[in-house]
Design a binder for this molecule. Sequence first.
Ligand SMILES: [Fe+2]
Length: 378
Amino acid sequence: MTDLFENPAGLDGFEFVEFCAPERGQLEPVFTTMGFTRVAKHRSKDVDLWRQGGINLIANYEPRSAAWFFAREHGPSACGMAFRVKDAVKAYDHLISQGAEPVANEPGPMELRIPAIRGIGGAILYLVDRYEGKTGDNDLSIYDIDFEYLPGVETHPVGAGFNIIDHLTHNVYNGRMAYWADYYESLFNFREIRFFDIKGEYTGLTSKALTAPDGKIKIPLNEEGEGGKGQIEEFLREFNGEGIQHIALICDDLVACWDRLKEFGVPFMTAPPATYYEMLDERLPGHGEDVNALQMRGILMDGTTEGGEPRLLLQIFAEAQVGPVFFEFIQRKGDDGFGEGNFKALFESMERDQINRGALKVDEKVEEVAEVAPVPVD
Ligand SMILES: [Fe+2]
């Protein structure tokens, strides 16, 4: 993919997301049920590499490391992420010249020095210039040098069928949206591609979706809506700070992948009421999807069919399993949004469901609606 606009740090997609937890046993079942396999361990540190398709997740248990301290403060969570860059030293120099905070990251003997800066909520943002597929089929990755693959392991497991990280979302404190947008814009030349206010009847959120110049790294920022007490505020309180709220994995066939996830045991969020699916044809006329197949699985649909050309996003969320952090599973069929249309659609479908059941008179307000089914769009 050619760059969408000037790319001063040479970005080229996500390389990994790093997780931490106070102890082993909390991350592993979550990764396993999503189809990840532990494929390698670090040569000198208590750090594991989990993988499916082109998605790398790091579990860092190294005592007294940044991840270890992060886990003490935030509990099980995502404590870092890595961007692929063409040249890590050049990218790092550029970022420091633009005001990024350096993070000391001492390698062990014979290990790579991976430059890093301070990121969201104190998390570390690494810059990786050795990665698979950079120039061809035989690129050495950081794992080939710093990690040892486990004996007999399939190094590129298909897992549940997910290919790459599509986006990951940050939750920020009220009034902090501009700060974090400026962070990504001034350091990496991200651009804002979408801004939306999502309002339920009683809670809401504001979201600003940033896209990197490579077109591959997408980071929506979420702020609590007016009045507070919604899902963003709850996350910030539970997480004890700003940070990565959810990570979206993308696949080519969400229905098939869902079946595998279900078999593996992923706990999905509560499916919307039948009225959500009854309303799909009004919302997205001529979408051409098998509504029954979606409804059986609780898969949500968003996008547009304007001009008779469906551009759709299929999405479903798992329950929060890493502290308050959760995963999203998506398939893009021409839509490059984040499912923002689903918040209103879900709200309306729940309301219509209540009306159908006689639980809600049309002139009556129902306070618990927004809480019955939290709607974790970006
Ligand atoms: Fe998302």
